[in-house]
Design a protein. Sequence first.
Lengths: 286, 586
Amino acid sequence: MGDRQACWLVGTKGGLLRGDLDGNWEKVGGYNFRVTSIVRNAERVVVGVGSGLWEVDMGGGMWKQLHDETLTEVLAIGAIPGDPGIVAASAYGIATGERDEMGAVRWSFWSDDLLVNERFSNAVLVVDDKRWLVGTEGGVLVAEDGGENWTHTSLSGTPVRGLCRALGSFWAGTDERGIWRSEDGVNWKQAGRGLDQGTVFDLTESGGKIVAGSLEGIVVGDGEGSWQRLGPRMLMAAVAADPTDANTWLAGGDPGGLWITRDAGETWQQMGVPATIEVILVPEGD
Amino acid sequence: MRAEEYGRQVDARSERMIEEMAGRANSLWSAHALMVQGQKEQVEQLVYDQFGKPNLGPFGRVASGTFEIQAAMLLVCRWGDELADEVLERVRQVMTRGMLDRGNTENHWLMHYAANLLASERWGDADVWWNGLPPQAMHQEAKRWILGMIARTALIGHHEYDSPQYHLCHVLAMISLADHARDEQVRSQAEKVLTLLVADMALEYFKGSWAGGHSREGYRDNTRSRPGSIPGLEFLYFGGEEFDPKMHIHDMVGPALTARYRPPALLAEMAWDRETVHVVRKTKAPRTIYRHVDGESRAVRKYTYMSKSFALGSTQVGLPGEPAGPIDLISWDLTWEGVDQQAKITCNHPYRGPGRFSAFLSELPQNIGCGVPTDKPYLQFPDRLFGASPYERVMQHEGTVVALYRIPPSDENRYLNLFLPKSIDWTERNGWILGDSGDFHVALYPIGPYRWVFIREENLIDGWLLRVEGEDVGLVLEVVEAEHFEDFGKYVGERASACPDLNDWPRAERVSVATWKGERLEMTYDGEHRIDGEAIDYEAYPLYGAPGVEAEMRTGKMAFRRGGERVELDFGIDPDAEMLPMRVIG
């Protein structure tokens, strides 16, 4: 589990966990923050937390603060070029940062002119360096030109809590309006059948299907036919699929702990992590 | 009163409080009393016992909260020269190697940044701060937030305003900066804002209680005579009554007792001035509501009528609509001098709608309604008397309040809770409920059917709870000094002969009532509030408005005047400069 890239990472209400599919889980450092979001690359691990943004020392040492006095309630993050190289989605809007002369990051907010519900950002998906899809309490908005300009989309009037890019499309999970799909991020249509009033918090792709965490557990489908509900019936706030095995998925209850299936949702087993799960990140590389 | 004389009085009260506090000191706050009495070893033991204990487990680092680090830094800054090196080292370790969390309320952030600013000045030679940055970076961040918070307070009003529970945290944090910050700008601005914070206390001080609306009061606090942690500080700064350890000794007031900072004397005189009946107007910062609504919260406007024997205060809360309902907010109350739980009247719609918590907390709306009340079940109690309702509208003119509620059928609590103390023998006549306190008369006209219920919780509340039931309900309350009537019977006769005009309620959403003086209050639920036909202009409220007080909005300048004395504040703020965003709740 020592390798930064090789382990699974799980953000919980009480800190960051790392582990493997055999059920070996440990806390990273003693920090008790509510970890809502994770970005990892070869150089570092960054977590968004209830009270800000941190660069994690995976060796258990001191984390490095990336927020300032304006950035807090971070709910999602995405990697962009530069330093600190993060676009942060928070209850107060979308923000990007720059280092000052002391190495501290100062944040600029790009959502201030939006409506209150449109500022509150639950999810961010980096389309390219300067274009981000943002799931807000008011729907999906597109931040253009690094947040300088905003485009409203056809998916509006409902909270959007999860976004992903898979199978050549963009996908969005909404409150009480199921899963939506878009080719360009601007024009959206409800996807699949049988989930019209469903609430979806997180989405991923595995084996050519969309796997989503919903208020009623896991749902699976291809966005055309019916959505199939699987597994324990609880609020699944996070879901992730093993990149090396299309049948192995992890799902996180809020509350409800961490669950695993190794047969594409036929059977589920708890993983001994009885926490409130906020986010799950799959291993990268070998 | 001359400053020297006032200083002597404060010192004398401080000495009495220290003597009492030292005998029961058991925290880093009350440790200041022990230091005065030369019991340094006890203080050092308190630090070892209560601060900086490493976590169990593999990482061995110390997690500490905002209250703890503020208390520790106040102790180190005030008494550091006398404390053992090991004690100072323990605090230094936490501040440079700990795991700190700045919390999510304004008092949390203020204590976090005040403690970090002071620590980074003291231990600026540390190679790295607890957050992995240079100590100078922490100092700059803390300075920006503290000066920004002070500027906002001076321009548009305090955010966590007038809280009997948390105001003390603000005062202590600012004392720590005014007394000990090495940064001259921080020290100077902190001292100025301290005067504003004490002025906030003084202007609505009514014989030991803090009258009117509050951003945050604790569970069952708003029916108490001396709510929250503030009575000790009020006694220290305002005096005016016999020392009572039960009322005036609160652990957290310890650092104020030995501080250099003392407020201007005229604020104490204002606090006790009952000679002139007057109105206090205040403007406070908008509430933080960050989702489930499209519109912004508006400024909070407070109106408090300070009479000889009572104070009546209410708030235009400026909320943007359902489901915005800050959980600790108190919008109005009637206060007078009396025994605990027997000298307040207030009412509340115990709003519980979905979205109430998630409108200002970022956890998932789908389960936050289970999560928050698990720790604080009283936030959902049906007989609750605190917490804002999005369906409440209030207007006030002098001693008369009209409170109207339009509760939708979907709301599970379609009623009001109206608290009446048992200390008054109540009379019912012609729809009015009338009482004689001796010094003043009070009349209430519930709008809607009601029933009397007894409410009692040991040491917390003891009185009548009138449950006013229905979707379109309300209350008219009038308070009048007894001296204006020959006797209570005369008042009952006159008041009961003139009922509020409810002909337009709820159809046109309008209620009107004539006061005992003949003035007519006319209130439209989501419309204008008129007095004798003239609409109240809440937008014209100053930052502070009261006799002897001049403080316009967005100027950063204010003056307090009394007799020949005058205190002027100029925060030197460019009102056109962009304000710090206030990203805290409460």
